[in-house]
Structure formats: structure tokens, C-alpha cells
Design a protein around this ligand. Structure first.
Ligand code: UT7
Length: 322
């Protein structure tokens, strides 16, 4: 038997307002054709009044707890991945904690932008396997719309808001049983000017707006993602042929296609939500995971690989037997 972090529930939440490409074309000089052809995005959800990162995270957390069939009070670790917290402090994870009645447990935010959920999963897995916690809620939640420059067509059409959550439980399982098998994480601060926010508490005293050199980010994304996927599989002696589902960070359909091609993965194995959600940063992987679990594509026993790349740069992959 081996101690592993086992997935026992998933959940997600989206703001009620959906915004089409046609609506974006009324705001900036763009078109549905350009956005679909260059990114695959058709729609995104944008938070309205009263909808925040913490409210979306709480809704996703409640859905994941219900799917797992466990009460909020039974959670002893909450990690919320976000780059758009409700406030600079306290951590938005503590707002979720209070809302679900898990008061007293460990709760903190992780900032690794689009790779944040992978980082949060890696940290949670370490804490679960070392016995610091026994049942964790890991959330990715963002309101990217609040840090978009709505006059910059090169970024504002790309992002959306949302939240996804998973419940992970430490269990002793057989070698070929369920659970997280490997997580590989990387960062390279040499590239932090290719994708960043031009403000912050310690510099401008404001939240700032997203700035991105898209073409360069794209190039790095395909290389880094293919490398880290291969690395995670090699860690446990598997290859891309063993993978049932890829749940990637949803930044651009062309990145999903190019990465799958580089690894020889069939496009049908890639879970795609970028068309409906756009890029929701740390929320995109758990949102896509919940979508494919709920519609029955991902089933018990499947080998699933999660991957993401984002500002920092940060990137990572996690291999999970459901
Ligand atoms: O989540 C973190 C990771 N982020 C990413 O992975 C994003 C990676 N990058 C990308 O997805 C793509 O690079 C973009 C979607 C951002 C851009 O696509 P691209 O094919 O690399 O386009 P480009 O930046 O090379 O721009 C091509 C043209 C430019 O015009 P010129 O200079 O050729 O005349 C842009 O000004 O498209 C223009 N353009 C637009 N046109 C209409 C840029 N944005 C738009 C727009 N609508 N929204």
C-alpha cells in the first residue's frame, strides 16, 4: 500500500454574465473571426457586481464538497490559487474557509498565475502525504476581468472569470490504485516581462493591468508544456500512449493543438473549454476537469494529466489516476 492524494470530488462556478466575441467587437477593434481563428475563444464569463474571486471560489468549493459527499467542517487544508484575490490580504482562502465552516484549518493563497492550480495541487499533495493534513480543498479562482485593460485588444479578448475546485483526501491505496502519481513544477523569472501586471501594492499601490507579449509567450508555452508533460510521465515510467485525458490550461486552442501534436496525443483526448471560458488563469484547469468529470468523459480508473503555463514564467504538470 502507498499513501496518495485521491480525488474525491470536483466543482466549478462561473459568473452569470456570458460575453460573446460580437460583444467584445463593440468595445475594441476586433472581430469574431480574428478571435476564433487566432485563439478558439467564442465566449467568456465576466463577473458582475457582487461576484468576486472569493464568491466564485466558495461556489466551486461547495459544488466539490457536495460531489465528494463531505461537509466543509471536515476539510483541514484549503489552498486557493489566484492572482486576483479579493484583497491584498487576508488571503481569499480564509474567506472561503469561513463560508464553508472549516474555521481553524490551514488556509492560504498561492500566486503562480495560470500555473497556480498546479502549484496548489503540488503543495497540497506534499502536505497530505506527509500527514500535515488529511482532506484538502484545492481551488483555482480568478476575476481576470478586474485587471484587464479594456482598451487593449491584444489582451482583453483573451481572458475570462471563473473558479474550479477539487477535494483531495490522503488514502492508503494499492500501487496501481487511484491518486496523484507525480507533480512537476518549474519557474523562470528571466521571462517575467513577457507576461505581467503593471502595478502592485509595493510599487504603484494599485492592482495594475495585464500586459503580454503574446507571440513570445506562445512560443515558450508549447516548448515548456511538452517538456514538463514528458517529465511527469517519465517520473512514473509512463508515456503519452498511457494517458486517457489531457486537461490543459485553456489559453489558446492553437497551443492545445501544438502541444498535443508535439507529444503525439490524439486531439480527442484533450479536454477543451477555451471556446466557452476563454483564459481563466488559475481557474482554467479545475474548471475543465470538473466539466469533463460531470459530462462523464473522465471516469474512475482513467489516467489524467493536468498541465499549465503562465506568468513568471511558471509551468507544471500533474499526473492523476482518477
Ligand atoms: O495564460 C498564460 C499564457 N498565455 C498565453 O498562452 C497566450 C499566448 N499567446 C497567444 O495566445 C497568441 O500569441 C495571441 C492570441 C495573444 C495573439 O495571436 P498571434 O497569432 O500571436 O497574433 P500576433 O500577436 O502576432 O498579432 C497578429 C496581428 C497584429 O497585427 P499586425 O501587427 O500583424 O498588423 C495584431 O495587432 O493581429 C493583431 N491583433 C488583433 N487583431 C484583431 C492583436 N489582437 C487583435 C484582436 N483583434 N483582438
Amino acid at each position: 500500500m502507498i499513501r496518495r492524494s485521491v480525488l474525491i470530488g470536483t466543482g466549478s462556478a462561473l459568473p452569470s454574465r456570458a460575453v460573446s466575441n460580437a460583444e467584445m467587437a463593440r468595445l475594441v477593434d476586433t472581430s469574431d473571426d480574428w478571435i476564433v481563428e487566432r485563439t478558439g475563444i467564442r465566449n467568456r464569463h465576466i463577473a458582475g457586481e457582487g461576484e468576486t474571486t472569493a464568491t466564485l471560489a466558495t461556489a466551486a468549493a461547495r459544488a466539490a464538497l457536495a460531489a465528494a459527499g463531505v461537509p466543509g467542517e471536515s476539510i483541514d487544508l484549503i489552498i486557493l490559487a489566484t492572482c486576483t484575490p479579493d484583497q491584498t490580504f487576508p488571503a481569499s482562502a480564509t474567506i472561503v474557509q469561513d463560508a464553508i465552516g472549516a474555521n481553524g484549518c490551514i488556509a492560504f493563497d498561492v500566486a503562480a498565475v495560470c500555473s497556480g492550480f498546479l502549484y496548489a495541487v503540488g503543495v497540497a499533495d506534499s502536505m497530505l502525504r506527509t500527514g500535515m493534513a488529511s482532506r484538502a480543498l484545492v481551488i483555482g479562482a480568478e476575476t481576470m476581468s478586474r485587471i484587464l485593460d479594456w482598451e487593449d485588444r491584444t489582451t482583453c479578448v483573451l481572458f475570462g472569470d471563473g473558479a474550479g475546485a477539487v477535494v483531495l483526501e490522503a488514502r492508503d491505496v494499492a500501487e496501481d490504485g487511484p491518486g496523484l502519481l507525480a507533480t512537476k513544477l518549474h519557474a523562470d523569472g528571466a521571462h517575467n516581462q513577457l507576461l505581467y501586471v503593471d502595478g502592485g501594492p509595493s510599487t504603484t499601490g494599485t492592482a495594475g493591468k495585464i500586459r503580454m507579449k503574446g507571440r513570445e509567450v506562445f512560443r515558450h508555452a508549447v516548448v515548456n508544456l511538452a517538456d514538463v508533460l514528458t517529465e511527469a510521465l517519465a517520473e512514473v515510467g509512463l508515456t503519452s500512449a498511457d494517458v486517457d485525458w489531457v486537461v490543459p490550461h485553456q489559453a489558446n486552442q492553437r497551443i492545445l493543438d501544438a502541444t498535443a501534436r508535439k507529444l503525439g496525443l490524439a486531439p480527442e483526448k484533450v479536454v477543451v473549454t477555451v471556446d466557452q471560458h476563454a483564459n481563466t488563469s488559475a481557474a482554467s484547469v479545475p474548471l475543465a476537469l470538473d466539466t469533463a468529470v460531470r459530462d462523464g468523459r473522465i471516469k474512475p480508473g482513467d489516467l489524467v494529466i493536468l498541465e499549465a503555463m503562465g506568468g513568471g514564467f511558471t509551468w507544471g504538470a500533474s499526473l492523476l489516476r482518477v
